[in-house]
Write a protein that binds this ligand. Sequence first.
Ligand code: NDP
Length: 250
Amino acid sequence: MTISLEGRVALVTGAGRGIGKAVALTLAHAGAQVAVLSRTESNAQETAHAIEQAGGHALAFGGDVAETTTVESVIDQTLKHWQRLDIVVNNAGITRDTLLLRMKDEDWDAVLQTNLKGAFVCSRAALKPMMRQRWGRIVNISSVVGLTGNVGQANYAASKAALIAFTKTVALEMGSRNITCNAVAPGLIETDMTQTLPEQVREYALQRIPLGRFGAPEDIAYGVLFLCSEFASYITGQVFIIDGGLTVGI
Ligand code: NDP
């Protein structure tokens, strides 16, 4: 038995780099046609190009996940091109880390806007075609810090915790339409986002990961692939932790 997404159409946000790019490539490899949305259009185009080089089908869009008109236009164009939308992976996310007492209103607003409002805007727009099809999969990329909290990440942790409550609510509202909604909570994954961590923080984190390494973007992509597949058709409203064991025992 292998996972096939043949005939499915997916939208992956923040797919120009990192985890989102790995998710887009993995879903395409499984047979899905993939709409790639990233803030920087050239990054989206690079991912779409990589998908096509590997024999898949992709559309590239540059834009902000939290802007309703942009997202509605992306979904309209995707529907015009492929006539359906089955899967949305809300992956776009940013950090603006600092201790709470130093956190500016702009740091709070920017993180909540992209990480939380983005998922709301994209999910709301995607639910209409999914409801018509009576089939849909929404996967929200949260974080283990949405479960544990983290020093210096009050804005980010709050956005990721809220995403979990959002996930459960969508699952409750949409179950009867055969639309599932789950969250994936990654631990520490090697991407641009974690490249900037100070060496001591990386060393300390590494010591606390039972599997002894940071995750690769593909480690998350394979979990997302499973949740988007037929094998996960009875799973909804769940948080799938993929962290090498980082949060086990705390
Ligand atoms: P990166 O910083 O490597 O990539 C983030 C991606 O999101 C980029 O493609 C970026 O676009 C895109 N993006 C950011 N803001 C917007 C926006 N407003 N509209 C559209 N696209 C946007 O991050 P990661 O790959 O590391 O993280 C991906 C997700 O996983 C995030 O939600 C993050 O919070 C989560 N996560 C990551 C962990 C990690 O250890 N790396 C751990 C736990 C969760 P562009 O490149 O075009 O600027």
